[in-house]
Design a protein around this ligand. Structure first.
Ligand SMILES: [Zn+2]
Length: 251
């Protein structure tokens, strides 16, 4: 299931930013447009059979495809292990994993977080929240509102102080969506983890990219924040109580 939905995630990653239908047409090579035969379309295996090249035009197939498929499988199994196999796993946990992976990779490549994923994702997160004990529908609602509110206020403040926008509108809606899955405590964890990770990577990328450049400013280095938010939310979702319990019940 993880490999199949991972394959679906790769379709989302390549088609949603281009505003294309995710159902039609059937999978085809992005270079020569030749439809991909079913046995070449098997997750991971198809990539290996074709040795990473299109069977028809021999252009390279991005290694992103099998990687996303494997990553999705890994997260599906992790969720099943942690939350148990029930309706909440199929309708909520797994859907959340596909959303996280698709949005992270789209932001990484295109620097956008499409409303077409984050807004239905938010609605779905609120709608399915009664299926799981954690965070529950009330916490889910508060989480979404808190996520939206914190980033909205932050974006407004940054714009006011600097005159340029730092946080994109996509990030705001994405954090609202994440809040619907991880709840208010999870939102705080997500922000903490993602901003620490983002700062470390941002400073590193800035340092590498401004070396040799005169007056290169570290502060103006732009890296997409979505992937860090996704990692933070994943940590909150899977390890939330481990991260929080020591602070809530100091014994
Ligand atoms: Zn081709």
């Amino acid at each position: 299931m993880g490999l199949l939905f991972g394959s679906f995630a790769t379709v989302l990653v390549s088609r949603v930013p281009q505003k294309k239908s995710i159902i039609k047409p059937a999978s085809h090579c992005p270079h020569c447009k030749t439809p991909i035969r079913w046995f070449h379309n098997i997750p991971v295996l198809g990539y290996l059979i074709q040795q990473g090249k299109c069977a028809s035009c021999k252009k390279e197939i991005s290694v992103r495809y099998p990687l996303i498929e494997l990553l999705t499988m890994l997260l599906f199994v992790t969720c099943a292990q942690k939350f148990g196999v029930d309706l909440g796993l199929f309708l909520r946990d797994w859907v959340f994993m596909v959303l996280l992976i698709s949005i992270a990779f789209i932001d990484l490549e295109h620097r956008i977080i499409p409303d077409r994923l984050s807004l239905p994702g938010l609605a779905w997160g609120l709608l399915t929240s009664p299926l799981n004990d954690q965070p529950g529908w009330m916490q889910s609602l508060i989480g979404a509102a808190l996520g939206f509110g914190i980033f909205y206020a932050l974006a407004w403040f940054y714009q006011w102080r600097t005159g340029r926008s730092g946080l994109g509108g996509g990030d705001i809606k994405f954090l609202a969506m994440l809040g619907a899955y991880v709840g208010p405590m999870g939102v705080l964890q997500t922000i903490l983890i993602s901003s620490v990770l983002g700062s470390v990577v941002g400073i590193f990328v800035g340092w590498v990219s401004t070396r040799g450049v005169k007056n290169g400013s570290l502060m103006k280095t732009s890296i997409p924040y979505g992937p860090f938010l996704a990692v933070g939310a994943l940590a909150a979702y899977l390890l939330g109580e481990i991260l929080w319990t020591p602070y809530l019940n100091p014994t």
